[in-house]
Write a protein that binds this ligand. Structure first.
Ligand code: SAM
Ligand code: SF4
Length: 441
C-alpha cells in the first residue's frame, strides 16, 4: 500500500484543494501517512500570501529533501498559488521536487503519478472549472463546495488572478448535486467557495444564473441546515443576496465583507471599484434586512501611499461598522502585481506595525462589545467536538460563525441550543439548554 502526506498552507480554498488532492490519491489506492518520512508521495499545497516562501514552508521542504535523499523513490510535489506564481522556477530553486502544479491542476497530479515519467514536470495551465474531483473531508458534518475558480477583478495588490486565472463558474446543477450528495453523507453545513463567490453564474451558458438563485437552490436541499460562503466582493453584494440571508432558513446570519481600506483614495489605488460611501451603503442595507447579521472583514494596512489620514478612515469605518471579527494583513508586494511596482509613498515597516497594533485594538474592542449582544440568548450551535482548552466541555459554532464552548451532551454533527453566559471578542461560552433538549423551548 502506497502512502501520501499533504501539508497545507493558506486559506480555506487551499484546505479544500488539499481535500481534493487527498480524495484523488485515495481513489488511486494511496493511504494517508501520519508523518512525511512514512510517505511515498509528499505534497505541499502552498500559498502566496507572502512573496517569498515563508520560513515554515522552507523548513518543511528541507525535511522532505532529507527524506528524498534517504529514499530517492519518494515523490515530492508542490502545488498551490506559490507554485503557480513561480512555475518552472520551482524546479530551479528546489531541484529535488518531482512535480509542481497550480491550484487549477490538482487532477494532473493523478496523471503524473500514474505515468512512467521520470523527469520532473510542471502543470500550470488554467482550464476553467475542474471541480468534480473526489474529496476527503476533514470534518464529517461540514463540507466545502467549490462553486467557481479564478477571479476577474483586478485588485492591484492581489496575485490571485495570476495564480488562479479567469473566473469560471461551475454548472448550477453540479453544485446542487454535490450539496445533495454531501447531505446524504451526513453533512449539515456547507460553505460555498469562490475567490469572488457572489459573482457566480454570469459566465454560465446557455443561461446565466445568479448567486442568489444558487443560495435558494442549496437552501432547498434536504438535510443542509446551514449555508455559508466565502469570499464575496462588496461590489457584487446585491440586494437579492442580502434578502436570501433574511428569508432562507439555512443561510446563516453572517456576511464576510472585505473592506481592505476605509479610505476612498486608497480603495481607488487598490482598484476595488467601490468607495467608502458605497461600502457603508452595503452595510446599511445588510443591517436593514438582517439586523442581527454578523459582519467580518479583511483589511490591509500600509498599502503604498497610505497616509495617517487614510489609515484613520479605516479606523473610523471599523468603529462605525463594529465587525464581529477581522482578518488583518500588513501590505506585502506580490510578484507581478501592479502594487508591487509602486515605488513612491511606501509605508515604512515600523509605521505598518504601529498601525496594525492600533487597528487590532479597535477591531477587538468593537468585536468584544458586539459579542455582548449574544449574552443571555439561547443560540443554535453545531457541535464540532470537545473544547480545545477544556476536554470536559464541548465546542461548536453558532450561525453567526462564533466559536462556542459549552457544557452539554451534544454529539459532533448535532445542532443543540446553548444558553450563552459570557462572550469575549473571539468566543462565546455557555451551557446547553436542557429545556430545549427535553423538547420544551
Ligand atoms: N478573494 C478574496 C477577496 O477578495 O476577499 C481574497 C483572497 S486573498 C487570498 C485574502 C486577503 O488577503 C485579501 O482580502 C486581502 O485582504 C489580503 N491580501 C491579498 N493580497 C495582499 C497583499 N499583497 N498584501 C497584504 N494582504 C493581501
Ligand atoms: Fe484578489 Fe479578491 Fe480582488 Fe479577486 S476580488 S483580485 S481574489 S482581492
Amino acid at each position: 500500500m502506497k502512502r501520501y502526506h499533504v501539508t497545507t498552507f493558506g486559506c480555506q480554498m487551499n484546505e479544500h484543494d488539499s481535500e481534493r488532492m487527498k480524495g484523488m490519491l485515495e481513489s488511486l489506492g494511496y493511504q494517508a501517512a501520519a508523518e512525511q518520512q512514512e510517505a511515498d508521495v509528499i505534497l505541499f499545497n502552498t500559498c502566496s500570501i507572502r512573496e517569498t516562501a515563508d520560513s515554515r514552508f522552507v523548513a518543511h521542504l528541507g525535511h522532505a529533501k532529507r527524506v528524498k535523499r534517504e529514499r530517492p523513490e519518494t515523490i515530492i510535489g508542490v502545488g498551490g498559488c506559490w507554485a503557480q506564481s513561480l512555475k518552472d522556477e520551482v524546479f530551479a530553486q528546489f531541484p529535488f521536487v518531482d512535480v509542481a502544479f497550480g491550484p487549477g491542476q490538482v487532477h494532473k497530479l493523478a496523471e503524473f503519478l500514474t505515468s512512467d515519467s521520470l523527469t520532473a514536470q510542471g502543470f500550470f495551465e488554467f482550464e476553467g472549472f475542474a471541480g468534480d474531483l473526489p474529496d476527503k473531508r476533514t470534518r464529517d458534518h461540514q463540507g466545502w463546495v467549490q462553486i467557481s475558480v479564478g477571479c476577474n477583478c483586478n485588485c492591484s495588490y492581489c496575485i490571485v488572478p495570476q495564480t488562479r486565472g479567469r473566473e469560471a463558474s461551475r454548472p448550477f446543477d453540479g453544485v446542487v448535486a454535490e450539496c445533495e450528495r454531501l447531505a446524504s453523507e451526513g453533512v449539515r453545513e456547507v460553505t460555498l467557495l469562490g475567490q469572488n463567490v457572489n459573482a457566480y453564474g454570469r459566465d454560465l451558458r446557455p443561461a446565466k444564473r445568479t448567486f442568489a438563485e444558487l443560495l435558494h437552490a442549496v437552501d432547498a436541499v434536504d438535510g443542509i441546515e446551514r449555508v455559508r460562503y466565502t469570499s464575496p466582493h462588496p461590489k457584487d453584494m446585491k440586494e437579492d443576496v442580502i434578502l436570501a440571508h433574511a428569508t432562507l432558513p439555512s443561510v446563516c446570519e453572517h456576511i464576510h465583507l472585505p473592506l481592505q481600506s476605509g479610505s476612498s483614495r486608497i480603495l481607488k489605488a487598490m482598484k476595488r471599484t467601490y468607495n467608502q460611501e458605497r461600502y457603508l451603503d452595503r452595510v446599511a442595507l445588510i443591517r436593514e434586512h438582517v439586523p442581527d447579521c454578523a459582519l467580518t472583514t479583511d483589511i490591509i494596512v500600509g498599502f503604498p501611499g497610505e497616509t495617517e489620514e487614510d489609515f484613520q478612515m479605516t479606523l473610523d469605518v471599523c468603529e462605525q461598522v463594529g465587525y464581529d471579527s477581522a482578518f488583518t494583513f500588513v501590505f506585502s508586494p506580490r510578484r507581478g502585481t501592479e502594487a508591487a511596482l509602486i515605488t513612491e509613498g511606501l509605508v515604512p515597516h515600523p509605521v505598518k506595525v504601529e498601525r496594525m497594533e492600533r487597528l487590532v485594538e479597535v477591531v477587538q474592542r468593537r468585536a468584544h462589545e458586539r459579542a455582548q449582544r449574544f449574552v443571555g440568548r439561547t443560540m443554535e450551535v453545531l457541535v464540532e467536538g470537545t473544547s480545545r482548552t477544556d476536554p470536559s466541555r464541548l465546542r461548536g459554532r453558532s450561525r453567526h460563525n462564533k466559536t462556542v464552548n459549552f457544557t452539554g451532551f451534544g454529539q459532533p454533527g448535532e445542532l443543540v441550543m446553548v444558553e450563552i453566559e459570557r462572550a469575549t471578542s473571539q468566543t462565546l461560552a455557555g451551557e446547553e439548554s436542557l429545556l430545549a433538549r427535553a423538547g420544551v423551548r
